[in-house]
Design a protein around this ligand. Structure first.
Ligand SMILES: Nc1ncnc2c1ncn2[C@@H]1O[C@H](COP(=O)(O)OP(=O)(O)OP(=O)(O)O)[C@@H](O)[C@H]1O
Length: 280
């Protein structure tokens, strides 16, 4: 952990991102303090992945500024961006493991950015790194699977391998893009609990996109709600109810079709939400 890490660790200011004629983000502001666990909540297409990808410089804004760990990403060189990515771990919905490699080799690939040249096979990695990888596998409860092929594992286990791989970077920030969207409820809970535990133990800052209000409320310190690329909600989860989150979405939503999608995807309420026109 870098003790000189500035606070806030993430500062997004007035970010707009256009892909051709598609506006994926519009005037987004977001500040995340060190050690905070933030959920990005929103429907499919609301801009969650695009915002996450701005936080490790995989995308750069059309307008506005993104500062991560004290580095202004739009002003950074390719080399500086690569160095930043070494300090920011990322996990994805589809795990992104190499299926034919062993679990241990997959974890070791998390250290590749620090090594010179490609590595083929377990023995191409220094012993110290192999031991570190085994320690991380132990931490995610998969030490006994180290020498199995990654594609023999369940989805939940594969996501835990991806977490161990991210830990190889000793990240200061962990970004998670819909990490449990492909998992059953039990595995989802396990993975989300694990991320929280690791964040607390290592003082990690976490930004995680989700599309279920229930999961977000029980898990994050704070929810940032996106809709059509704009932030419509940014509040602590403490004391916040599902009905309040849905009410905020209801307030900024003028179309009944969109409201139905929100109810379906973010979490249906027993009572229909009021549609208030003209509040956009
Ligand atoms: N590389 C790209 N080129 C063109 N359009 C893009 C690109 N990436 C994202 N978009 C568009 O930007 C908008 C936001 O997409 P984004 O993937 O960020 O949403 P999301 O909330 O993460 O959705 P999902 O939950 O389905 O992943 C969408 O309209 C999407 O089609």
């Amino acid at each position: 952990m870098n003790s000189a890490t500035p606070s806030p660790v993430i500062r997004v200011t007035g970010v707009t991102k256009n892909f051709g004629t598609t506006r994926a983000l519009h005037n987004v502001d977001l500040t995340v303090e060190k050690g905070e666990v933030v959920v990005l909540l929103g429907l499919s297409g609301s801009g969650k992945s695009t915002l996450l990808r701005h936080l490790d410089g995989l995308e750069l804004p059309t307008e506005g500024d993104v500062s991560v760990l004290g580095q202004h990403l739009p002003k950074s060189s390719a080399r500086e961006l690569r160095a930043l990515r070494g300090r920011v771990g990322m996990i994805f919905q589809q795990f992104e493991l190499v299926p034919s490699l062993t679990v241990l080799e997959n974890v070791l690939t998390g250290a590749l950015a620090r090594l010179k040249g490609p590595r083929l096979g377990l023995w191409a990695y220094p012993k110290a790194l192999r031991l570190t990888a085994l320690t991380h596998l132990d931490r995610v409860g998969l030490l006994d699977k180290a020498y199995q092929r990654a594609d023999r594992l369940s989805g939940g286990q594969q996501q835990r391998v991806a977490i161990a791989r991210a830990l190889m970077q000793s990240p200061e920030i962990l970004l998670a893009d819909e990490p449990v969207a492909s998992l059953d409820p039990e595995s989802s809970e396990q993975v989300m609990r694990l991320i929280r535990e690791i964040a607390a133990d290592d003082g990690l800052t976490v930004v995680c996109s989700l599309h279920q209000v229930d999961l977000a409320l029980g898990w994050g310190d704070r929810i940032v709600g996106l809709r059509h690329g704009e932030v419509v909600l940014d509040t602590a989860t403490d004391g916040l109810s599902k009905a309040q989150v849905m009410e905020i979405y209801g307030r900024v939503t003028t179309s009944t079709t969109e409201l139905s999608a929100i109810e379906l995807e973010l979490g249906a309420l027993a009572a229909p939400l009021p549609v208030q026109d003209g509040l956009l």
